[in-house]
Ligand binder design. Structure first.
Ligand code: NAD
Length: 367
C-alpha cells in the first residue's frame, strides 16, 4: 500500500479477480434474491482502519460490468476519503442494479439489509444516489449497520450542509495557498451544480462577499440562487471557461478532462463533486503543469462522511462540524506534501491516505 495507485478500473474490465487485484480490493459480495428482484454488489476495498463505510447506490446500469466497475471505483475512493480525514473507517460501497423509480420497495430494501447484516459489521451502509433516508429506515429494520438515518431516529439527517461547510473550508485553505490570505471577499467563484451541497455552499460564499456565478440543469435552483445570493446564471458549457478566481464543481464526476482543462481560466478548483478528474494521473498532472491549484475531491468533500461517522458513535452535530472544519488544515497539508514530493495534489492525497493505512497495519500487527 505504499505505492501510489493512480489507475482506475477500465470500462471493459470484467475479469473479476484481475479487477479486484488491480485496485487491491479485499472482498466483493454478490447478492441475488429472486422474490424481490434484488441484484446487488457490495465492494469492500480495505478494512485496515476500520469497517468499510460507503453508501448504497441504486442505478439502472446497462451492463453488470458497469455496476461492478462503479462499486470497485467508488469503494476505493471511500478508503482514501476516510483515511485522509483521519477516521477509523475503511472503504466500501454497494450498488443495487435497477431503476430506483420503479423497482424500489420495502421488501427489496429490507432484503438488501439482511445481506448487509450477514457481513456482521464489516460493511456499514448509508444513502447515496438513487436511495433515500426512507430506504435506510427499511435497511435499518434488518441491520444496525446503517448510518444516514433521519434525525428523528437519532441520526444526523442530511449530510449535505456539513459537506458544504467542508468544501467552504477547503476553498478558504486554497485561497490561503494561492493568495496568502484566506479571505474570499471580492473573489469570484463559479459553482457548477447547485443541488443540496452547492446551494449551501453559495450561502457561505455569499456571506463572505463573493461574486457568484452558477450553472445547473434545474431552472428553479438557478432562479433561487439568483434571487437569494445575487448569483449570475451562466450555461453549463460556459461555466468551465469563465474568467473567475475559483471553480467549484458540485455536480458531476469527470468534469476535469481533455476537453475542459484547456478552457480553464481559474487559479483554484475546489468543489464537492466526486471523481472530478476523468483520469487521476493524466489530468492531475495537467492541472499541475498549468499552475492550477486543485483541491482533491475526496479530501475536500469528506464532511458528509465525517457527519455519518459521528452518527455511528452517537451523533453530535457540533462535533461533526468542528471535525469538518479541520479540512482547512488537511488541504494545506496535502498541498505542502505535493510540493515536497513534486507530484500533483491528487497523487499527494493518495500517497498520504496509503501511508496512514500502511502505518496502521503495523500498529494492528500486535494483538
Ligand atoms: P444533488 O443531486 O443534490 O445536486 C447535484 C446538482 O447538479 C443538481 O442541482 C443537478 O440538477 C445538477 N446537475 C446534474 N447534472 C448536471 C449537469 N450536466 N450540469 C450541471 N448541473 C447538473 O447532489 P449533491 O448532494 O449536492 O452532491 C453534489 C456532488 O457532490 C455529487 O457529485 C456528490 O457525489 C458529491 N458529494 C455529495 C455529498 C453530500 O453530502 N451530499 C458528499 C460528498 C460528495
Amino acid at each position: 500500500m505504499t505505492q501510489v495507485q493512480t489507475q482506475s478500473v477500465p470500462a471493459t474490465q470484467f475479469d473479476l479477480f484481475a479487477g479486484m487485484e488491480s485496485t487491491q480490493h479485499e472482498q466483493v459480495v454478490f447478492c441475488q434474491d429472486h422474490a424481490t428482484g434484488l441484484k446487488a454488489i457490495i465492494a469492500i476495498h480495505n478494512t485496515v482502519l476500520g469497517p468499510g463505510l460507503g453508501g448504497t447506490r441504486m442505478w439502472y446500469y446497462n451492463h453488470e460490468k458497469d455496476a461492478l466497475r462503479d462499486a470497485l471505483r467508488l469503494s476505493r475512493g471511500m478508503t482514501y476519503k476516510a483515511s485522509v480525514a483521519g477516521l477509523n473507517l475503511g472503504g466500501a460501497k454497494a450498488v443495487i442494479i435497477g431503476d430506483p423509480k420503479t423497482m424500489k420497495n420495502e421488501a427489496l430494501m429490507r432484503k438488501f439489509g439482511r445481506f448487509v447484516e450477514n457481513l456482521n459489521g464489516k460493511y456499514i451502509t448509508a444513502e447515496d444516489v438513487g436511495t433515500t433516508t426512507r430506504d435506510m429506515e427499511y435497511v435499518n429494520m434488518e441491520t444496525d449497520h446503517v448510518v444516514g438515518l433521519p434525525e428523528s431516529m437519532g441520526g444526523g439527517g442530511d449530510p449535505s450542509p456539513v459537506t458544504a461547510y467542508g468544501v467552504y473550508m477547503g476553498i478558504k485553505a486554497s485561497a490561503q495557498k494561492a493568495y496568502g490570505s484566506d479571505s474570499l471577499a471580492g473573489k469570484s467563484v463559479a459553482v457548477m451544480g447547485i443541488g443540496k451541497v452547492g446551494m449551501h455552499l453559495l450561502e457561505y460564499l455569499h456571506q463572505e462577499g463573493v461574486k457568484l456565478y452558477v450553472s445547473d440543469i434545474n431552472d428553479s435552483a438557478l432562479q433561487a440562487a439568483a434571487t437569494n445570493f445575487g448569483a449570475v446564471v451562466v450555461s453549463n458549457e460556459d461555466i468551465v471557461g469563465l474568467d473567475v478566481d475559483i471553480f467549484a464543481p458540485c455536480a458531476l464526476g469527470g468534469i476535469l478532462n481533455d476537453n475542459t482543462i484547456g478552457k480553464l481560466k481559474c487559479q483554484i478548483i475546489a468543489g464537492a463533486a466526486n471523481n472530478q478528474l476523468e483520469d487521476e494521473k493524466i489530468h492531475g498532472d495537467l492541472l499541475k503543469s498549468k499552475g492550477i491549484i486543485y483541491a482533491p475531491d475526496f479530501v475536500i468533500n469528506a464532511g458528509g462522511l465525517i457527519n455519518v461517522y459521528s452518527e455511528y458513535n452517537g451523533y453530535v452535530r457540533e462535533s461533526a462540524m468542528s471535525q469538518t472544519e479541520n479540512i482547512y488544515n488537511t488541504i494545506l497539508d496535502i498541498y505542502n506534501r505535493a510540493e515536497l514530493a513534486n507530484v500533483n495534489n491528487q497523487a499527494a492525497a493518495i500517497m498520504h491516505a496509503e501511508k496512514r493505512i500502511h502505518d496502521m497495519m503495523l500498529v494492528h500487527s500486535t494483538y
